[in-house]
Every structure is written in C-alpha cells, then in structure tokens.
Design a protein around this ligand. Structure first.
Ligand code: BG6
Length: 432
C-alpha cells in the first residue's frame, strides 16, 4: 500500500527563507548520503536564472553547515532546474508540466504562505499534475482553527486523495522525538512503569531563550498556542502517551487524542514578554501570548486521568525542549521514612538540540541516612553519532511514499479540537 517512490521533486517557494535555512541543507545531506535520485524543479516568483538559484543554494548550505563538500553540492545543484512566475497564473503550471514530462510520481512541496495552498493545489490539478502517484507536501500551519482546518481538508479532498496529502510537522521528523517510541517500547524498565499507576504527571516543555525577532506580523496573528502547541507539542504528547503501534504511528496517536478532552479555559495561563509590543509588525495593544502553560487530561485506561502539563514560550531563560515523566511516590515499608523525603523521581527525555535521557535516582548520602538525588545521564549525540535533520527525514519519506510521520486529516482535526476553547475564551495575558 501507499504511493510508489517519487521520480521528480518540485519545490514551490524555493527562493524563500525556509528553503535557505532548512531545504537546501537537508537536500545536501541527502545527496551526501546517496539518498537523492531524482531531478529537482524549483518554482518561485523571483525572476532568477538557474545559475543564480544554484549559487544561492550553495551559499545557504555553507551558512548552515559551516563548510561544504563542493563535489556533493555540485551534484545536488546539477539536479536543479528553475521556473518563475505568478502562482495564480495558469501558464506557470503549463511550464511546470513541460518540465515534468515523463514523470509519473512527482512530489510537490509547497513551502509557501498557507493562503496560497488551495490556489496552487487547484492549479496543479487543473494542469493534470495531481493524477495517479503524485503527492503534495504542505508546510505548516495547516489551518488556524478547527473550522479552517476542516475547510482546507475539504477543498483539498475535492481535487486529490487523502493518501496524496502530506502535512508537515517538522517535530515528527526529529530523531529524538521519534526515539520516544523506541525508548518507551524497547526498554522493559520504562515500559512497565508507563501508566497511571506509576506516573504522577507528564510535563512537556518547550522553552526558547530568544524573542519573535523579525517574525512579528506572523507571530502576532498566531500566538504560542497555534504556533507550537496545537501541532509540535501535541504530537509529542501523542508519542509519549499512545499505545504501541501495530502498523503505523497514525492510528495509535489518533486513538490517544480522542481520549484527551478539549482544554478548559480555566486551566491555562498566558503570558507576554516585556518588549513584545515594540516588535515590528506587532499591534500596540496586542494580547497575543508569547508564553502559555496549560493542563490537559488523558482519560484512557492506561493513564486514568493523569494530568499533562504543557509549557511553551519565547524569551525564556534557557532553550530546552523536554518531556518529564514524574513518578508517583510509592509507600515503602522498610524504606518508608526515606521514601517520605520529598524528592521526585523524574525521567527526563531531552528532545531538543542536546537529545538524551536523564533518570533521577535516590541514593544514600555518605554522611547520614538521608537521600541524595543523583542523575544517570546519557547524551545521545556522543553515544549515537550523526543525526539527520528533520527535513531530511520528512522529504525523503514523502518521496518514498511513506506518510507515517505526517499528521493525517483526522489527527489534524483532533488536535484542533483540543485547543480551541482556550483560543475562544482567552485568559488575560500576564507580563513577564
Ligand atoms: C516553528 C515555530 O514551527 O518551530 C517557531 O514557528 C519555533 O516559533 C520553532 O521557534 C521551533 O522549532 P525547533 O526545531 O527550533 O525546536
């Protein structure tokens, strides 16, 4: 089942910011690893020559990677052709069709403003480019509310099959996030305690020690909840709490999301950092949150109402993305007195730039009979070596026809069901 391997990659928005930061470096790494086999067509509004695009691509790779293997970069750039034009103009799509002649399974990657998703998809369909094995990869955000996500799904389903739609959430492409499943299910030690009898609460944190920078007008219309909670952090919750997958990761995540009631407006704290209102593109009286903390509940057999706390924010003291699984205090008989000392046993899964796992253990203090907390800590980078970039994984999976790391329609709509009550009845923002 699934789509066959792609024979042409077409990137709409190739001259944009995301391509510069993510797409070129990811394609370069795929080329280096010998995993790229197809020609690549770049499409954008800018009137560039293909030579200019190739120079720009190499420059982008150098900026991100620090250095560049010229032979690999030249091999990658030789795959590129380029066409430019207005995305709403049908003649652009005739040119794309000519460039693709002979391709039977193209991958169209739309790294363009979401307001253009439907226009481009409809024009591709009208040019008969979405038939058979073609697929379209959509960048985030996919909708801004439950109703807009549903509407977008409907409009796309009118012109293509669900199996042809790949919705990107780059968190699912991150190796440390995929590793959550392996850690949970491959280790008896963790597997046995992963339930509401042993776990007191789950805390998912994404702290960023930088501000919204030059993204003021984008961010002000979105806020932290829509920017990272509805998508990235709920996907993390999905992987942390779902049942073991039988076939793909999609169904167990959907089943899990269905056990999470919509968030209560009173279980939320919203914050806004000092100085946010001075950022270019931000409304002077904006009440958009740059920090959010919320409590969700998982009402499944495994979790029995265990609370999940999600926190995310800009301008935090540190940058860290992690999941803390806090264990319940168990009543010991012999060790009762020691156990009653209020030290938490936490399993900390670091899923950001410094991936790893820490277990807090209680040991005897050498001086007396008190407990001393120590940490068992493993950094995966030094233990496991090269980690592919999220877009390396996602683009190559989309081209291979593997959609298991892409939220499907139901997942997207379920996650949009969970957050809206707090968007509809927002708590006031506290300054920080
Ligand atoms: C993006 C958000 O989707 O994810 C950004 O728009 C956020 O605001 C970013 O900073 C975080 O991604 P990462 O990979 O740097 O953790």
């Amino acid at each position: 089942m699934g789509l066959q391997t792609s024979d042409h990659l077409v990137i709409f928005g190739i001259t944009g910011d995301l391509a510069k930061k993510m797409t070129f470096p990811s394609l370069y790494n795929l080329e280096k690893r010998g995993l790229l086999t197809t020609p690549i067509l770049g499409v954008a509004f800018d009137d560039w020559t293909v030579e200019r695009l190739r120079d720009h691509g190499k420059e982008s790779i150098k900026n991100v990677e620090g250095s560049i293997d010229e032979a690999v970069a030249d091999r990658l750039m030789a795959r590129f052709s380029y066409v430019h034009g207005d995305f709403s103009d049908s003649t652009l799509y005739s040119t794309v069709a000519q460039e693709l002649s002979g391709a039977s399974a193209p991958t169209f990657y739309l790294e363009i403003p979401p307001g253009l998703f439907v226009t481009v998809a409809q024009k591709l369909a009208a040019a008969k480019l979405l038939e058979g094995e073609a697929r379209v990869v959509f960048e985030k955000p996919f909708g801004t509310s439950l109703s807009s996500a549903q509407e977008l799904n409907e409009q796309l389903h009118a012109i293509m099959r669900e199996e042809q739609i790949f919705r990107i959430d780059h968190y699912l492409g991150k190796q440390p996030i995929q590793d959550l499943i392996y850690l949970r299910f491959a280790n008896t030690l963790l597997q046995k305690i992963w339930n509401g009898s042993d776990v007191d609460c789950i805390m998912v944190t994404m702290a960023e020690n930088f501000d919204v920078a030059d993204r003021g007008s984008f961010y002000d219309a979105v806020g932290t909840l829509r920017d990272v909670v509805q998508n990235h952090l709920l996907q993390v919750v999905g992987l942390i709490a779902m049942e073991a997958p039988v076939e793909t990761l999609t169904q167990p995540r959907i089943d899990l999301f269905k056990t999470i009631p919509s968030a209560e407006p009173t279980s939320v704290v919203r914050g806004q950092y000092d100085g946010y209102l001075d950022v270019d593109g931000v409304a002077k009286d904006s009440t958009t949150e740059t920090f959010v903390a919320l409590k969700l509940q998982i009402n499944s057999l495994r979790w029995g109402g265990v609370p999940v706390f999600i926190r995310a924010g800009k301008q935090m003291p540190v940058t860290a993305t992690e999941v803390v699984v806090r264990l319940r205090h168990s009543a010991g008989v012999f060790m009762g007195e020691l156990r009653s000392q209020n030290k938490y046993e936490d399993i900390i899964l670091r899923v950001g730039d410094d991936p790893g796992i820490s277990l807090s253990m209680k040991v005897k203090s050498p001086q007396d009979n008190a407990i001393e907390p120590v940490r068992l800590d493993v950094a995966f980078k030094s233990a496991l070596g090269y980690v592919p970039l999220p877009y390396e994984t996602l683009l190559s999976n989309a081209m291979a026809g593997d959609s298991s790391l892409f939220p499907d329609q139901v997942t997207e709509e379920e996650t949009w069901r969970i957050v809206p009550p707090i968007l509809d009845q927002p708590q006031p923002v506290e300054a920080y």
